[in-house]
Design a protein around this ligand. Sequence first.
Ligand SMILES: NC(=O)CC[C@H](N)C(=O)O
Length: 303
Amino acid sequence: MCGIVGLHLRSPELYSRLGELLTGMLCEMEDRGADSAGIAVYGNDDWSPRGRGSVSLIDVEVSGETVAAALGAETGAEVTAVTVDNVVLASADVDSEVLLSAARKAFPHVLVGGFGEDLAVLKGVGAPRALAERWGLAKAQGWQGVGHTRMATESAVTSSGAHPYAVGPGECLVHNGSFSNHATIRRDLRAAGIEFDSENDTEVGARFVARQLADGKGVDEALTDLTRTFDGFYTLLVSNRDSFAVVRDAIACKPAVIAETDDWVAMASEYRALAHLPGVENARIWEPEPEVIYHWNRQEVSA
Ligand SMILES: NC(=O)CC[C@H](N)C(=O)O
């Protein structure tokens, strides 16, 4: 199992409702994965102030003030940090990769949930509904959100095993399924100097995609490469600051549904997670085809 949800808003009138709508989607998928959960939210000023680099630190166990002071000392920038349950969200007027290296230096064992401009990533162990409540997700605003409810298949139930895997700048990946050749690909990526936070198969997929994007490939090409490299079962939702993409394996046995209106694009493992979205009764709704990459950029659509 595992549940995936994602909402890409086109209409700015809905930005103030992103968290409310995403909470409903995530909670509806709780029975597909009740051991841990995570979300990525793009554009919530309270968590990742606009135009600033930000880094999300999971289970850091020191106060936001301590994080802000330590990252400020490392970067020379004025760093602000907010604590949201088990996550500290730090931001500053510097590139997010500068903030990321400062965080790794100051807190060498910290789990980095994600980093980028306008991006906050929260994840943890527990029931998705309880986590969403503790995070205050319903109040979040923004233009795009992704969520995952996990039923672990490949690695321990820990924050580092929870999705999303947001391992490249502004990027985020969630997965339902399991990759059967992830150990081989992990070995190749490790040999190329890439480090991992967990034994999770999904992290291998995320690191693979991040590497393709870092090499200058576009999302479509990166995901095509993934379909040629990874064996096993998968429905994947891959987002970054400006894009939202879905791909399934050749057999496509892991459920997925996409719905689209003029105001939003949404995907979920099951339709019931979409049933409360405004205007869903007039949406174009379909099941994504095997190995077809569905990809939307902010504003326009391509498939
Ligand atoms: N149930 C799933 O889809 C699990 C996804 C992934 N293999 C994990 O263990 O995190």
